[in-house]
Structures are given as C-alpha cells and as structure tokens.
Design a protein. Sequence first.
Lengths: 140, 107
Amino acid sequence: MTDPAPTRTLVIEREMPHPPEKIWRALTEGQLIEEWLLKNDFQPVVGHRFSFRREPVGNWNGVIVCEVLVVELNSRLSYSWGAMGMETVVAWTLTPTEGGTRLRMEQSGFGPDREANYKGAKYGWKNFIDKLEHVVGGMV
Amino acid sequence: MQAVTNHVFRALADPTRRAIFEHLSRDGEQTVHALTCRAGVSQPAVSKHLGVLKRAKLVRHRHEGRETHYRAQPDALAPMVDWLDQYGAFWRERFDQLENLLNRMDK
C-alpha cells in the first residue's frame, strides 16, 4: 500500500590535507572528539553505548544517546545518534586521496521514524523534502 | 519551540497518525466518521490520534451539527524543517572545528 521511502540523508564531504590515520584519531579519541564535536564517553568498540552531551535546550536535556555500530581502523566509523525522539545513524568514511583524505559524514534516518514507509503527501511533506535537499545541496 | 518540535516528531512517529495526516493533506477536510472508515481502527482510537495531531498543531477542527471536521495544517511541519536546517549548520560548524583541530595536531 505504501512505497518504501528513500532514507533522508544529510551528507557533508570535505577533502582534508591530512592523512586518514590522523583524522581517525580525531574521530575516535574521546579527548580529541570533545575538542571539535561534543563531550563524550566514546570508545572505538562495536556495541559500546555512550553519549554526547550538548547544552540543555528547552525540555531536552542535551544528551545524545549513541551506540557504536562500525569500527574499521582508519576507514569507517559509525554510531547511532538518538536525540529529541529521533533515532538517526552517523557514518564516517575516510578515503585516502593524493593530498590527504576525503572525509564524508552521512547522517541518515531523518524522518518521523527510521522504519517509516512513506508516501509523500501533497503539501507539507513536499516542502519538507525540498528543504532537506536544499540543506544537503548547500553543503561543501 | 523545542517542545513544539517534539510534539510534531512524536505525532508523526505513529504510522496510523501519519496516514491520517497524509489523508487530510491530500484530500482536504474530513469528518471523524470518514476518517474512521479509512483508518481501519475504532472511532475512539481515531479521536485519540486526532488529539495528538491537534496538540502538535498538525490538524485543526471545527464542529458542524453533530459532526467534527478536521483539516491538515501543513505549516506545523516548519519546526521540523528548521530543525534539519539547524542540524546541517551544526555539522558544518563541527567540520570547521575538526579542521582547526587537525591543523593544531600538526607538529
């Protein structure tokens, strides 16, 4: 009755003049992660449950509940990202390039719920999806 | 603002509510009775779902005689769109910070 909806994904990709090994450290060592992302108790171990902490906003306590899903040294890292009633997945991919590394972050599962089979309605959802594509398109 | 976003996400997390909302968006105003016929659940259940959608401001209602008519308020999705914009901005900023950190890590 409903079409399987494509998963809405936020993608950011950047080429960085640093080797994958170094970026990997910044993505997987708790102290370093805190310097650029958020306070955390991350461990690079599949199945490890951890949290990121943001400043509380409104009735949200700022805690992002996560579980490590994929750890492939210097190349792939992924964790679930549960915040404000939404469960998404953040996946990092490091690809070596001539001058360094192409770093790609995909956050997927946006939508009312991850398993949603969705057939877009005429009005709001059209705008919603257009806007999402705009967001993704605007990223460098 | 945050509370409204939560209401919207929660309201649309349920497949039956999503179907009701889609139906109203697509086909315009409907009575509770008509919605019940389509939803495949009991009228009290439909009314309860409509209550949740109403709290999220996703639907509005009016009474006419003995019937209550509901219609979709797609503008209520705006907080969700804003939220995604914010997420995009969040990650772009974090990428900048990551690059700063990587530069500092250079010997």
